[in-house]
Design a protein around this ligand. Sequence first.
Ligand code: ADP
Length: 504
Amino acid sequence: MASPSTRFSALALLAIVAPAAVVAILGYVSIRQWEASSELLYREQARDMAAMAAEKVEMTLRRADDAFLDRLQAALRSGPVSERALDALVADSPLIRRLYLVGQRGELLYPGAWRDGDAAVFGPLVSAGALRLLERDGRREVVASHQVCLALLTRPGGEPVAAAFLRDTETVRREVLETTLGGLESSTILAVLDHEGRTIYTKAPLDDAQRVLSVGFREALPDWRLAVYQSPGASPRQAVRRQVMLFTGALGVLVAVIVAGIVMTWRLMRRETEMARLKSDFVANVSHDLKTPLSVIRMFGETLEMGRVTDEGRRQEYYRVITREGERLSRLIDNVLDFSRIEGGRQTYDMTPTAVEPLIRGTLEAFAYPLAQQGFKVEVRVAADLPEVTLDADAVGQALANLIDNAIKYSGDDRAVTIEARVADGWLVIAVSDRGLGIAPEEQAKIFEKFYRVGRSDTQGRRGSGVGLALVRHIAEAHGGAIAVESAPGEGSRFSLRLPVGGA
Ligand code: ADP
C-alpha cells in the first residue's frame, strides 16, 4: 500500500504539474497564433509605411519639378530668351541634367541640336501627335533609358512650347530620396529601385536583408519601386521565436522551482515523520529502561525485607545489586534530564581544572560490578604526565560513562574494554575501545543524532534510549572538542573524545 508521503507527493505532483502543463500547452498554442497574426500585421504595417513613404517622395519630387518649370515658364513669358540664359537656368538647377524646348510642329527651339542620341529618346515624345496628347494633360513622365519629364509651357503669344527634361539621378537620390526617406524612423530598411531593379538608394546596407514587399510610385517616378527589407534577425517570426524561447525558459524555471519545492517539502515531511517515530520509540525505550532496574531493586529489596536470606555473603551481594541498579537508574535519569536541558538550551557547564586520571578511574569504578560479573577484561592506559584540564567533571564523567556503558552493552563474546588517555597536539584524547559488534560505516555519522539507534528500537536486542551519544557529542562540543568513532562490523569500536587541554 502507498504510504501517506508517497500519496502526498503523487497528489502534489498532479496538482502542480497538471496545471503547469495546461499553462504550457495554452501558452504554446497562443504563441503560435500570435506568430501568424503578427506576421500579417507586420506586412500590413510595412505596406502602409511604404505607401506613405512613396507618396512623400512623389510629392517632394513634384515640388522640385514644379519649381524648375515655374522658373522656366517665367523666363519664357518675359519675351525671347537667349540660349545662354537657358544654359544658365539649367546650370543653376541641379535636378535638371538636360533640357529641350520643342515648338508646336516638333521643331527644336533649344538648344541648337540634340545631344548624345537624345533625338531617339525625345523625338517620338515631342512629335506633333505626342504633343497634342500633352495638351490634354499638361504634363507627363516617361521612362525610356532615363526618366524624362514632359511639360507644356506657353510663350508670350500664347504659343505652346514643350519642355522635355532629363532628371539627374544623383540629385534625385541625394536631394529627394535621402531627405525624405533618410529621416523616417523604422525597424525595416527602405530602398528605392529603378526601372531595371538597380538599387538607387538604401537607408542601410542590404547585405543579407530579406525583401518583405515593394510598392510602385505613381506618375512622378513611373516604373520605379520602393522596397521594404528587413535585416536578418529582425523578422517578426524571429522576434516571436525569441519570445517563445523566453516563455519556455521561464516556464521551465517555474516547473523546476515547483519540483524542487515538492522534493524539499517531501524530504522535510519524511524527516519530520522519522523524528516523530524516533521520539515515540524513545518514550517506549526510556520507560522500559527505567522499569528494568526498578523491578530488580524491588525484587531484591522485598527478598531482603522478608528476612529469607540468611547467608551474609548473599545478602551483601543483594545490596550490591540494589546499589548498582540504583546507579544505573540515576545515570539513565541524568541522561534524559540533561538531554532535555540541552534541547531546551538550559544546560550550563561548570569548568574547573581537573585531574584526568582520577576522573577516569572514578567513572570506571561505577562499572566495576557489571564488568567483573560479565567477565570483561579491562585495561586502563593513562599517560603518566597528564596535565590538569579545565572541564566540567560531571559532564565529562557522564560522557565517559555513556561510552563505557555502550562498550559493555554492545559487546559480544569477546569481552574487553580499553580506556586510554593521552595528550596529543594540545588535545586530551580519551578513547574507549571494545571488541564488540562494531558499527557499519554508513551508520557511523548517524549514531550521534538524537534518538537514533542502529536497527531501530531494540538494537541487536539491547535496550537503550538513543540519546547517549547525542549527549556525548554535545558535551564534547560544549568543551570546544569533538567525538569520533572508528569501527568495523564484527571487530569492535573505538570512540575518541577530544578535549582541548587549555579548556574551551
Ligand atoms: P543507545 O541508548 O541506543 O545506546 P546511544 O546514543 O548511546 O543510544 O547509541 C546510539 C547507537 O549507536 C546505539 O543504538 C548502537 O546501535 C550504536 N552504538 C553505540 N555505541 C556502540 C558500540 N560501542 N558498539 C556498537 N554500536 C554502538
